[in-house]
Design a binder for this molecule. Structure first.
Ligand code: NOJ
Length: 518
């Protein structure tokens, strides 16, 4: 079957973290009723699709990335019928739905793991091994801190690359393949348009489970053919539907060539480009990351995707306002570094225009369009992310970017408290202010070009400037002094008040121009 509607190639996809997006029933936890009520807001924002972080039944040991049942909705979020209604309503507004699938691990409350605990003969779906004396089977470390192994009462150990409540599944087992293929069909049959694949590059481990010297990032995934085989099978399932269904891989791969292998025409449709997200606000570094991303995608013909923030990383208003290093690194969140929030916000506005002018797809993390910043001063007793506990507090974890969205003040109780200062940043307040971040995002999403070629324009070392099709041109000034704009017919959009004065672009500002026709 040939499916030709390539809607995802230039799509703007909005990430909903369900616990924190919108609370429909007033219990302090976001839910699907809340999302349904906000669909008109998202349609007006101008997005093409929503990606939902996991909405499945989960004990929430890792905010839903510990799935107990892949075919239902967590009762705190609603019911399967609510999800079906949401999909129908979103489609009616022209919004597609992408959901997270978590195939690397499940919850320790999943029936498979309960069975494995009861009977050693049912353990082959996971990685159970005997220890080395009192020590775990190997030296692998969990990505959330501490050993990647937990011991069960009969003395065996099981592998978990994340929290101990997230046992890793064994993808050498045919039954694991069959189960996930069935889950994909279950949701495709309910109208879901695609999946974001959690830990997409981590499913297939070296069955020898060799020592690696303790470093989580060096875990050996020797069976690369195995993982490509999984995605080829998944792609066939997606392509068997009459309208286009897609897969987006979450991959933290340092090697662009390996990254591109996942995006071959019979595998995933796109993958996250985290090099761009992790990159500091520096012209040379950004230019290099953009170019290497475009170069890596070109041979496989896949569109690049651009992401500034998500539910795992420090919000970019905060990162870009920091003194010193403005990049992101899981190994050091630079929590508590002094932040000039006004500067961070100015740069976030410019970064929004940069990101949305680049060729390919763009992801907007909920609250980004309101210019929300990382909440770094949450009291320790309120922190819920397992990263905080597993690292004994040396890593504050990810709660600070998961604070519920401030729709309107006053705020009610919520599972993580909203700071009082956000009363000035609510969607309601920003709606009434034409210069707000919300209005900037709306205008940018309406005007942005999609996928296609880009061509750099040299305006000096501190400037990122490039043209797209039809005379569309983006200029970003990362230097300390104003720069002269290139010749143009009109200004389409500037990143903020004061960004463009006469023929000059201010520092830490961006502009979209229509070039003079030849
Ligand atoms: C990546 C997800 O984005 C993150 O939130 C989660 O904790 C890990 N994968 C484990 O599922």
């Amino acid at each position: 079957m040939t499916v030709t509607d390539d809607w995802w190639r230039g799509a703007a996809i909005y990430q909903v973290y369900p616990r924190s997006f919108a609370d429909g029933n007033g219990d302090g936890i976001g839910d699907l009723a809340g999302v349904r009520a906000r669909l008109p807001y998202l349609a007006e924002l101008g997005i093409d699709a929503i990606w939902f972080s996991p909405w499945y039944p989960s004990p929430m040991a890792d905010g839903g990335y510990d799935v107990a049942d892949y075919r239902d909705i967590d009762p705190a979020f609603g019911t399967l019928a609510d999800a079906e209604a949401l999909i129908t309503e979103a489609h009616a507004l022209g919004i597609r739905i992408i959901i997270d699938i978590v195939p690397n691990h499940c919850s320790d409350q999943h029936p498979w793991f309960a069975e494995a605990l009861r009977s050693p003969s049912a353990r082959k779906r996971f990685w159970f091994r005997e220890g080395r004396g009192e020590l775990p089977p190997n030296d692998w470390q969990s990505r959330f801190g501490g050993p990647a192994w937990t011991r069960v009462p009969d003395g065996s150990w099981y592998l978990h690359l994340y929290a101990s409540e997230q046992p890793d599944l064994n993808w050498t087992e045919p039954e694991v393949h069959e189960e996930f293929e069935d889950v994909l069909r279950f949701w495709f049959d309910r109208g879901v348009d695609g999946f974001r694949i959690d830990v997409a590059d981590g499913l297939v481990k070296d069955p020898e489970l060799p020592d690696v010297g303790g470093a989580a990032e060096r875990l050996p995934y020797s069976d690369m053919d195995g993982v490509h085989e999984i995605y080829r099978a998944w792609r066939k399932i997606a392509d068997s539907y009459p309208d286009k269904r897609i897969f987006v891989g979450e991959m933290w791969l340092p090697d662009p060539e390996r990254f591109a292998l996942y995006l071959r025409s019979d595998e995933l449709h796109s993958g996250f480009n985290f090099d761009f997200l992790a990159c500091p606000w520096e012209p040379d570094r950004l230019r290099a990351v953009i170019q290497s991303t475009v170069d890596a995608h070109a041979p496989v013909g896949a569109p690049a995707t651009w992401v500034l923030s998500n539910h795992d990383v420090t919000r970019h208003v905060t990162r870009y306002g920091r003194s010193g290093d403005t990049g992101f690194d899981f190994a050091d969140r630079r929590h508590g570094t002094p932040v000039d929030r006004e500067l961070g916000t100015r740069r976030a506005r410019a970064a929004a225009l940069l990101t949305m002018a680049l060729p390919g797809g763009v992801y907007v993390y909920q609250g980004e369009e309101l210019g929300l910043w990382e909440i770094e001063d949450l009291p320790d007793e309120l922190r819920q992310d397992p990263v905080f506990a597993r690292t004994k507090g040396s890593d504050p974890g990810r709660d600070g970017c998961r604070i519920p969205i401030p729709w309107s003040a006053p705020f009610g109780e919520s599972w993580l408290p909203m700071p009082a200062e956000w009363a000035g940043y609510t969607a309601e307040v920003q709606e009434s202010r034409p210069d707000s971040m919300l209005h900037l995002y709306r205008k940018a999403l309406a005007l942005r070009p999609g996928d296609g070629a880009m061509e750099w324009i040299d305006l000096g070392p501190d400037v990122l400037a490039f043209r797209r099709e039809d005379g569309f041109c983006c200029v970003v000034n990362l230097g300390c002094t104003p720069i002269s704009l290139p010749e143009h017919e009109s200004v389409l959009l500037a990143s903020g008040p004061g960004a463009v004065e006469g023929e000059e672009l201010a520092p830490d500002a961006a502009v979209w121009l229509r070039e003079a026709s030849a």
